[in-house]
Structures are given as C-alpha cells and as structure tokens.
Design a protein around this ligand. Structure first.
Ligand code: FDP
Length: 323
C-alpha cells in the first residue's frame, strides 16, 4: 500500500510542504491517541474558559490546539498560525515559508458522546514582506491554498488531503504509525438523494433555502419527484467525510439571526479547506452568492454560509437563489 510520502511526491508537492504536512500529521496522531483515551485520560468535559467565538471550550480543544501550536511553531516551516482557539494569529518562525490555519477539534460537542470529531487545516504561502504577527497575511482567498485536509477521529483515523492534484483518503495504520493511501482520487457522485442541515434553524433561513429544503422534504409528492433522506453527524468534519465517501449536500446556510454572523462556519479553517477537498473531488462549494474559495477574507475568524457537496445537487440548490 502506498504511503503518504510517495503520494505527495507523485503529486509534485515541494519537499518543504511535504515535511510540513508530515509534521502537522504527527500532531494529529497525538490528538488521535488522546481522543482515543477518552474519559480514561480525564480530558473530556468543559473548562470554564470560552474561546473567541463565545462557545464553551472542551478540554480536548485546548489540548489539541496546544499540540498543533507547539509542533508547528517548532518546525521552522511555519511563519504564523491562525486557529479557532486563538483570538489572534500566533507568530512562529519569521523566515517560515507557510501559514497554517486550523480548527484543532471540529465538532467538539461530539466529544461528550464519543462521536465523530476531527482536525481541519489549510496551508498557504506566507507573504515574505509581512511580519509574522500580521493577521492580514491570512487574508487570502481559498484559491491561494497549497494544501488542505482533515483528520477524522472515528472508529479508524482517516486523513483526507489535497495539494491540488485530486483528493486522496488515507487510513492511519496504528501498527506502524503511518497514513496509508486507501482511496486515491476520490470522486463525489454528481447526483444524490441525501442532504444534511440543522433543521432547528429553519425559521432563520432565507427564502431560497426554505423553498429548496421544503422541496426535498416533499419528495415524490413535490417538484423534485424523488424521495430524499436526511443525515447529520452534527460535526462538519463528519458530514463532509460522508459527502466525500458517498455523495450528498451539506448546508449551513445564511442565517438572519445576527448580521455579524452570516453563517456559523469559519472561512479560513472550515469552509475553505472543505471546499478545496470537495472541488478536487468533483463537487461544488458555494455560499449561495459565489464560490467559497473566491471569498476574500476580511478577518481571520470570518464566518460564511456553506452549501457543499454533489455537483448537480448543489447546482439545483443554487438555482433557487436565482428564481
Ligand atoms: P461544534 O460547534 O460542535 O464544534 O463549527 C463547529 C461545528 O461544530 C461544526 O462542526 C458543525 O457542523 C456545527 O458547528 C454544528 O453547529 P450547530 O449545532 O449549531 O448546528
């Protein structure tokens, strides 16, 4: 079975990027181990501190953030880090070539129920003329990413990774400690009859999503003339993994509740890396107003609406915005 290293070389990734990705994944392996220990490690449950988005942090979030922060800043490859768990950017090596954005533990409320969680990351070049602590270095559209991926901590630990030459799935072989290529060039089916959305927010959605979801629910009795099924892991990393594995559409749409929060999911370390992976697998990723990867960020913790998944189904969803 092919190892991560040879696939990255085959995809033409530069050596320093390969070394950076391997460093980051060494951190993820440690997180995987900690997550696997669960309550035995005494690390589950909430701390009293809250992170920048005002959500209650779980201890595993803090631990995972620290693991990645330490390993990346000591590596020398990284100029600065932006993390869901850090208010500001973290300056690393002023001569580092890369910027790394990550959500150290996505879906962290799932830790309480021993369900799917994961680390999401994206890597861009660091503008050499900017200081390492300058947050504006991170304000680049997703199209500038050189790599993106996630590690899913499930029954097995899986890595989805792209460097712009297709999306590959790897499985962590715990016997030798490496990621082995298990699905090269995964392609998302264009059609689907599966959707994912937190329907408890329905009253806050805009008209196009209201109408689109109501037509999905109407099934064979409605204009779509086919039945749809709803599936939700309630952790983006798990939901996108399902979409990559067997198709579907995952939505966290524009929300009218708070004009400062046009969506729930963060552009830099959630929407963009998932959009890169999904596009490289033949799917689409849009905000409802344009391609996610073309959104020009204005701040590091920016939120965006997300409509992502099987090409034809996302196109159908977007057609409701043009009515
Ligand atoms: P979580 O808050 O549990 O970390 O942005 C994080 C995220 O999970 C996503 O992974 C998930 O899709 C979403 O939030 C779930 O939020 P809601 O429960 O508000 O729908």
């Amino acid at each position: 079975m092919k190892r991560l290293n040879s696939q990255l070389q085959e995809d033409g990734a530069p050596m320093e990027l390969i070394l950076l990705i391997r460093t980051l994944l060494a951190g993820c392996k440690e997180i995987s181990f900690r997550v696997g220990q669960g309550a035995l490690a005494g690390v589950l449950g909430s701390t009293l501190s809250e992170n920048v988005q005002g959500e209650t942090q779980k201890k595993l979030d803090v631990i995972s953030n620290q693991i990645l922060k330490d390993i990346l800043s000591e590596s020398g490859y990284v100029k600065a880090i932006s993390s869901e768990e850090e208010d500001d950017v973290v300056a690393c090596n002023p001569d580092g070539k890369y910027l790394v954005s990550f959500d150290p533990l996505d879906g962290s409320s799932n830790t309480d129920i021993n369900s799917l969680i994961g680390t999401i990351f994206s890597i861009t070049h660091a503008p050499q003329w900017m200081d390492a602590d300058d947050p504006s270095a991170f304000l680049q559209p997703g199209t500038q990413s050189v790599a993106a991926g996630y590690v899913l901590y499930g029954p097995s630990a899986m890595l989805a990774l792209t460097t712009g030459k297709g999306t590959h799935l790897y499985t962590l072989d715990k016997t030798h400690g490496g990621f082995l290529l298990t699905t090269p060039n995964i392609m998302i089916s264009e059609q689907t009859s599966e959707y994912s959305i937190n329907a408890s927010n329905q009253r806050h959605w805009e008209a196009p999503i209201q109408e689109y979801v109501s037509d999905l629910i109407a099934g064979t009795d409605g204009p779509r003339e086919k039945d749809f099924n709803m599936r939700s892991v309630a952790a983006m990393v798990g939901d996108i993994h399902r979409v990559l594995s067997r198709g579907g559409i995952f939505m966290y749409p524009y929300d009218k509740r708070d004009p400062n929060k046009p969506g729930k999911l963060r552009l830099l370390y959630e929407a963009n890396p998932m959009a890169f992976l999904v596009e490289q697998a033949g799917g689409l990723a849009d905000t409802g107003a344009g391609r996610i990867m073309e959104v020009m960020p204005t701040e590091i913790h920016q939120r965006v609406p997300v409509l992502i998944g099987s090409k034809k189904e996302v196109e159908t969803c977007l057609s409701y915005y043009k009515k």
